[in-house]
Design a protein around this ligand. Sequence first.
Ligand code: SF4
Length: 328
Amino acid sequence: MPQKIGIPRTLGYYAYYPLWKTFFEELGLEVITSSPTSKTILDAGVKEAVNDACIPIKILHGHVIDLKGKVDYIFLPRLVSVRKFGTETFCPKFLGLPDMVRAAIADLPEIIDTRVDLAKGRFELFRLCCKLGERFGASLPRVIRAYWRALMVYRQYQRLLRERYTPVEAIEILDGRQPESQDSPKESLVFAVVGYPYAIYDNFLNVNLLKRLRGLGVRILTAEMIPTRLLIREAKKLPKNLFWHFSNRAVQAAWYFLYRERVDGIVHVTAFGCGPDAMVDRMIELEAKNNGHRPFLSLTIDEHTGEAGIQTRVEAFVDMLKLRRGVL
Ligand code: SF4
């Protein structure tokens, strides 16, 4: 029977899941993902995580608990940097994630906490894949095949995102499933939704924000749908980059959508308890107001986010823009 490795369905999941899933399957492991976020996962995470953690980190703890008892290993890489150049790193909570989880949750299966620091050199991803292959007893030719196959599937995933599928939809397509129809037939507005992928695409956490917007006739654009080189080019207008990877992407996406795409409004989904977001949210708000001249809505999500609160704010924002465009 193949050994089972668990991947939590949050944080890096929306960016890298197809790559790691393919790699581990090619090594002969069975990949199990945690269940979609639910009240049970949220409550378990809130109970075990340190009090002052941001909500996505609390939810990660819940996903790890969901995997406990179902798998032989949990894959929780220490994400340091995925940029080959520059000084950008992941936020400190990503850097300390494996230690935080080990300290908080007892009796876990072995945590595979591979350090991912692609700034170390061109072949760093290959090198760390070799180390992982060695850990699971795979021969070098098998590791090389798994590495290339994983890169190929990752490129397919990127292509689907550029075709403007969300990560959740693209993963469904790669798994041979048909995603729900992307956009509402009566679209009259286009919104850019910016923020961390683990906040934007976690339907439980954001109480189905994307579906809600689509239901109100809004076409959605997100950072994942835009090639990274275009986001980085737009960010050159900024006097300085932020240090943190996902914060940088949120700001770059906001600048791109303010100046390069015709969007009717910008929605920033921010995570309660996130230090970097306090600055990112204000930066985007000021730029949208003072220079981009685009309506802006900030939605903060936390463990108490209620459906009614989000629905009221989203509906009011959409109605205001429809009135402005004369389509209401
Ligand atoms: S960037 Fe913010 S939300 Fe994400 S893990 Fe760090 S503190 Fe939490």
